[in-house]
Design a protein around this ligand. Structure first.
Ligand SMILES: NC(=O)c1ccc[n+]([C@@H]2O[C@H](COP(=O)([O-])OP(=O)(O)OC[C@H]3O[C@@H](n4cnc5c(N)ncnc54)[C@H](OP(=O)(O)O)[C@@H]3O)[C@@H](O)[C@H]2O)c1
Length: 349
């Protein structure tokens, strides 16, 4: 019997997750919640740009709560813990890229309670946080002993990110440095990335300071840079780095970094991606040292096709559904779940 799945929100991740559910041999789409009133009442196929799917989207939370379903892929713009608690209490397992990758006891207590009440499980996943920033470095660390340092790093060209309001007003690009540095981004990112660092520290047994150190750096344009938010003028923010570090004896032993650049030219400092270009990179120093480069999640500037990092995020959610449905009630992290893989294409399975 296929597991019955609801998609919550149909943005980039939501649309890709629906396509992923439709392609997965063990899953069946039975419901879809939308935020936009214009999408409510439509067949899901119309929303994802395919033929008829036979599931009608709704903007009614109550309708979704009343549905008989095994799991919800919860992918709205911003998390609403009350919504997640209601879904769990209604007996639905929740997989999500919007948080709870490795929540502290204090952060997760109300949701754990809701999950136990509904005999359901909550699992936070994604790419970063939720994959490259903790799960995959931990997996690769199994090839080394005597580990002294673990690093996960994203190198992305933000010119492919077509969300101009978010890029300017939330991420602070095109602003003066002081405004960007005091903007919401550090706090928004801290929640997830500190959990990622903590997961590595705890699993590997590093004896670190309890506080994960967050820091940020800025590069400004030295000449006009064209970007999806318009021209970034000299002196305005055109590159940002965020770091999260766990320290032992004052030295970082785990570091997660995000490098977001509006191209590689006319920046001060003169940051570049290096010869390997856009990528995710993971490093484990030990016996032996291991470095892993992941390409393919970032689009090329001017390229066509979807944002594959979003598709990968959705796939990571979808592929985890069977394991999450089979897990004990409560909060399940990667440290609790068995190996999660993709599934063979229908024509080969
Ligand atoms: N952990 C990771 O690695 C990772 C990676 C990618 C994304 N994410 C997160 O996943 C979430 C979804 O990303 P996305 O790329 O799909 O975003 P998106 O394209 O902006 O879509 C978000 C969807 O949320 C709904 N929405 C819009 N405004 C809303 C509001 N005020 N309240 C509730 N829902 C609202 C809309 O759904 P309808 O269109 O159905 O109305 C919208 O399409 C974001 O929180 C993002 O940060 C995490």
């Amino acid at each position: 019997m296929a597991l019955r799945v609801v998609q919550w929100a149909t943005g980039g991740v939501g649309v890709a997750a629906i396509k992923g559910v439709l392609e997965h041999p063990d899953l069946e789409l039975v419901g879809c919640w939308v935020h936009s009133p214009g999408k409510a009442g439509k067949d899901v196929g119309e929303i994802i740009g395919t033929g008829r799917v036979g599931v009608t989207a709704t903007d009614s939370v109550d309708e979704i709560l009343a549905l008989d379903a095994d799991a919800v892929v919860y992918a709205p713009l911003l998390p609403n813990p009350d919504e997640v608690a209601a879904l769990l209490r209604s007996g639905k397992n929740v997989v999500t890229p919007v948080g709870w990758v490795y929540p502290s006891e204090r952060q997760s207590a109300p949701l754990r309670e809701a999950a136990l009440e509904g005999n359901a499980t909550l699992h936070g996943t994604g790419i970063a946080p939720g994959g490259i920033s903790e799960k995959f470095p931990l997996l690769f660390s199994a090839f080394s002993t005597g580990v002294t340092f673990v690093r996960a790093e994203e190198f992305s060209d933000l010119r492919t990110y077509e969300a101009p309001d978010v890029v300017r007003h939330v991420m602070g690009f095109g602003e003066v440095p002081d405004k960007a540095l005091s903007g919401p981004m550090q706090k928004l990112l801290d929640g997830g990335f500190i959990q990622a660092v903590r997961m590595i520290v705890d699993k590997m047994g590093f004896d670190t300071d309890p506080k994960v150190r967050s820091s940020q750096e800025i590069a400004v344009a030295t000449a006009p840079i064209s970007s999806p938010i318009g021209t970034i003028e000299p002196g305005q923010v055109a590159g940002r780095k965020f770091h999260w570090e766990a320290l032992a004896g004052g030295e970082p032993v785990v570091r997660v970094t995000v490098n977001w650049l509006m191209g590689e030219e006319n920046l001060d400092p003169a940051w570049t991606f290096g010869p390997e270009g856009q990528r995710y990179e993971m490093e484990v120093r030990g016996n032996p040292d291991v470095t892993i480069t992941v390409k393919g999640f970032q689009s090329e500037v001017g390229g066509v096709g979807p944002e594959y990092g979003i598709v990968g995020t959705a796939a990571h959610c979808v592929n985890s559904i069977p394991a999450v449905c089979a897990a004990e009630a409560g909060i399940a992290t990667y440290l609790d779940l068995p190996l999660i893989s993709g599934k063979a294409a229908t024509r080969l399975g």
